[in-house]
Design a protein around this ligand. Structure first.
Ligand code: BTN
Length: 300
């Protein structure tokens, strides 16, 4: 079902591209959002873009108003409201070794945080939870799903999926799920939308154009060491976990506890560092986490 956006709040190419072209500095070899494809409805922008990744240009964006089978990390569901939220994916070909792949998610999170802070006056209220949650006043306002094809020593392509809760009521959406699906939300931060936080609706086209421009800048920065350094600084200044007691789980159902300790920031490859007690193989007592789901623990 495709639902028309309220208040002419359209995210078609005609609305978004002119704004994007005003924002992107000249000189980038590719731009996130060029080419731009809008579908009124699609099961998942990530799945659809992955299907055509091999023959699509770097920067291709797929945007929808009604994502009917949105996917989250670890096989979970991503819920969004037709015509109210932002759901889009961008095709990347980053010159990164797979071990540095987390930097893509970190760059995405930093870009989203910067745009929310600058455009909506939310400085000091946005934080980043490793590896891919953007939090607003401690609640989840944006989720990021990175999917990649690795070939040999490199990343052949990556699809960056971004879901921003803009004008909907994500808590109500989650609470309306049947009981058997609500277990998926255990241990996850409460969702919140920009409208719920700000008390007024946000027009999506300028927000999306701002996001695509900043994503172009942050993703391109990964091609230079000073871009990586700036990115890690941007992450560390918004790190929601640093210094807090954490538990890291593996498995879609968080069935395996991997490590418990104090979060100690992120390493140069985008890995989470945890100061764990009683782990003899850990250098300086720091365990490097490259995959997993993190919860803040009551105490360590
Ligand atoms: C998470 O927090 O678990 C990640 C959520 C990612 C959601 C976005 S919405 C656009 C893109 N298409 C999908 O199916 N998922 C991502």
């Amino acid at each position: 079902m495709s639902v028309p956006a309220r208040n002419h709040d359209s995210v078609t190419a005609a609305m978004v591209l002119p704004l994007l072209f005003e924002l992107v500095e000249p000189g980038f070899p590719w731009v996130a959002g060029v080419p731009y494809e809008y579908l009124p409805s699609v099961p998942s922008t990530n799945a659809a873009l992955k299907d055509v990744a091999a023959r699509s240009r770097t920067g291709t964006a797929l945007v929808t108003d009604d994502q009917t089978g949105g996917r989250g990390r670890l096989g979970r569901t991503w819920l969004s409201e037709p015509g109210q939220d932002l759901t889009f994916s961008v095709l990347l070909r980053p010159p990164l070794e797979p071990v540095r792949g987390h930097l893509l998610a970190l760059a995405t999170g930093v870009a989203v945080a910067e745009v929310l802070e600058e455009r909506l006056g939310l400085r000091g209220q946005v934080a980043l939870k490793w590896p891919n949650d953007v939090l607003l006043a401690g609640k989840k306002v944006c989720g990021i799903l990175m999917e990649a094809s690795v070939r040999g020593e490199g990343i052949e392509w990556a699809v960056a999926g971004v879901g921003v809760n803009v004008n909907g009521e994500p808590g109500r959406l989650r609470d309306s799920l049947p009981l058997e699906r609500s277990a998926e939300w255990r241990g996850r931060p409460e969702p919140i939308s920009l409208r719920e936080h700000l008390g007024s609706a946000v027009t999506r086209a300028p927000l999306l154009a701002g996001l695509l421009a900043r994503l172009t800048f942050r993703w391109s920065g990964l091609e230079r060491e000073n871009g990586v350094t700036a990115l890690l600084e941007g992450w560390r200044s918004r790190d929601a976990l640093a210094g807090r007691p954490v538990e890291v789980f593996a498995g879609a159902d968080r069935s395996e506890l991997v490590v418990t300790g104090e979060a100690a920031g992120v390493g140069p490859e985008g890995q989470l560092l945890v100061r764990a007690e009683g782990v003899p193989e850990a250098e300086d007592g720091l365990v490097e986490v490259f995959a997993g789901d993190v919860s803040v623990a009551a105490s360590v």
